[in-house]
Design a protein around this ligand. Structure first.
Ligand code: SAH
Ligand code: SF4
Length: 352
């Protein structure tokens, strides 16, 4: 065993090269440990312990767990990892009655600069590698298994903009599909609306579920929330979504963070309904009460306003759900992922 390779960077053939000298059945055991069991090396008990120690060096992890915090009675866990070079990223595992979903990061930080988002406020550190994406899923799969749950969904909705890192994203999603056995329908990629990436989606082998973070139905307003809107304005964005949906016959959704007095008036709801109806089947809307972040002064909308906004959509035939806020108290909710240690966030969450 010679070369150093992150354990989730290897194809089975490369693994055989790295582990040359080992019999084929050992390679199969390592592979099964990586993709079926997904635990740390000490749990790979089909292998002799000297070999496990050797593998720790020859097939190192790409993520170092710094902290894991749990809330919602154990149903939500936020993992804080350090990656090579020292940047920090986060994943969140959410257990629901009917599914277990992990929300993974695609970049350390984000260059898109959306004003209301903790990751955007932090700026960009670096792209994550495919191995770093896959390992986030593997670790969540293991954590779910410890609670006797099977990981069923992956959403790329953590830190970063996945369609700005397609080189790592697509090989990773292919591995998630092929090796962890998740169907494309159960893989969701959320984008701020990078049109060239959305256009390329139609030709990708995996028809994943598309989620677009819209948050505003007029360019004037969207420009103030999402700087990228100046480059990829709403009309063109909706056209690219409609094309993807028509080609792949997949439903898509729009994310809408409800911000008090900013994007929660009923005129925006009417316009949003119109945009959704340009897509067939009609796009679904996820309304997310805005989570507070340090660098943005506005509050989340009131419950009453969210309900009014939702009923406009429903009346216009647009399915709209209000997303439950998971992990708010450990800063694991949408847009709160900024990868600072819990102690720095609040002493209270560190005690959990
Ligand atoms: N960059 C991608 C995916 C990561 S952001 C994207 O923008 O889609 C994941 C989701 O959280 C997006 O829908 C984003 O708009 C939303 N979000 C960001 N900040 C938020 C906040 N403070 N409150 C609620 N949702 C937020
Ligand atoms: Fe980046 Fe998404 Fe946050 Fe915008 S909302 S800054 S694209 S992570």
């Amino acid at each position: 065993m010679t070369a150093l390779l992150h354990r989730y960077a290897a194809s089975k053939e490369t693994l055989a090269t790295v582990l040359q000298g080992l019999p084929r059945y050992r390679i199969d055991q390592v592979w099964k440990s990586l993709y079926s069991d997904c635990g740390p090396t000490e749990t790979w008990t089909t292998l002799p312990s000297e070999l496990r120690t050797e593998l720790d060096t020859s097939l190192p992890c790409s993520l170092q767990e710094i902290h894991a915090s749990t809330t919602d009675d154990g149903l939500t866990t936020k993992f804080l990892y350090e990656v090579d070079g020292g940047a920090r990223i986060e994943s969140v595992l959410m257990l629901y009655p009917d599914r277990a979903t992990v929300c993974i990061s695609s970049q350390a930080g984000c260059a898109m600069g959306c004003t209301f988002c903790a990751t955007g406020q932090q700026g960009f550190s670096r792209h994550l590698s495919s191995a770093e994406l896959v390992e986030q899923v593997a670790r969540a799969k293991y954590a779910a298994a410890l609670q006797e749950r099977r990981l069923s969904n992956v959403v790329v909705m953590g830190m970063g903009e996945p369609l700005a890192n397609e080189e790592a994203l697509w090989p990773a999603m292919q591995t998630v599909h092929d090796e962890f056995g998740l169907s494309a329908r159960h893989i969701t990629v959320s984008t701020v609306g990078l049109i060239p990436g959305i256009r390329r989606l139609a030709d990708r082998p995996l028809p994943v579920t598309l989620a677009v973070s819209l948050h505003a139905a007029t360019d004037e307003l969207r420009n103030t929330l999402i700087p990228m809107n100046r480059r990829y304005p709403i009309d063109e964005l909706i056209t690219s979504c409609a094309e993807y949906v028509a080609q792949r016959k997949r439903r898509m959704s729009f994310e809408w963070a409800m911000i008090d007095g900013v994007n929660d008036d009923l005129d925006q709801a009417e316009r949003l309904a119109e945009l959704c109806r340009k897509i067939r089947p009609i796009a679904h809307v996820n309304l997310i009460p805005l989570n507070r972040t340090a660098g943005y002064a506005f509050k989340g909308s009131t419950r009453q306003q969210i309900e009014k906004f939702q009923s406009v959509l429903l009346r216009r035939g647009v399915e709209a759900t209000v997303r439950r806020n998971r992990g708010n108290d450990i800063d694991a909710a949408c847009g709160q992922l900024a990868a600072i240690t819990p102690v720095e966030i609040s002493p209270q969450s560190a005690k959990k």
